[in-house]
Design a binder for this molecule. Structure first.
Ligand code: SF4
Length: 82
């Protein structure tokens, strides 16, 4: 059970970061640098401003070794698949 989840939405894309799960590995910030950043404690956050393309965000979510990033499109969860 976790309550430390950041949720952000832009257009038809919604991203959730399960911050308690994040292990600061960082590849999300490489695949989608305009969307993800690390906070002062090295835990991923979703940035304000213009995000990367959906494809980049999707790749970033897939790159996370602990599946701490969930991606929704048009209200449907597209990653992880269940
Ligand atoms: S890839 Fe996953 S574990 Fe690494 S910083 Fe991003 S959310 Fe955290």
């Amino acid at each position: 059970m976790t309550d430390n989840i950041q949720i952000a939405k832009k257009g038809d894309i919604e991203i959730r970061i399960i911050r308690d799960t994040c292990i600061s590995a960082g590849p999300c910030t490489v695949y989608a640098p305009d969307t993800f950043d690390l906070d002062d404690e090295g835990i991923a956050i979703i940035k304000n401003g213009d995000w990367d393309s959906f494809e980049k965000i999707f790749e970033a979510a897939k790159s996370c070794p602990v599946m701490a990033i969930e991606v929704y499109k048009d209200g449907k969860k597209v990653y992880p698949e269940n």
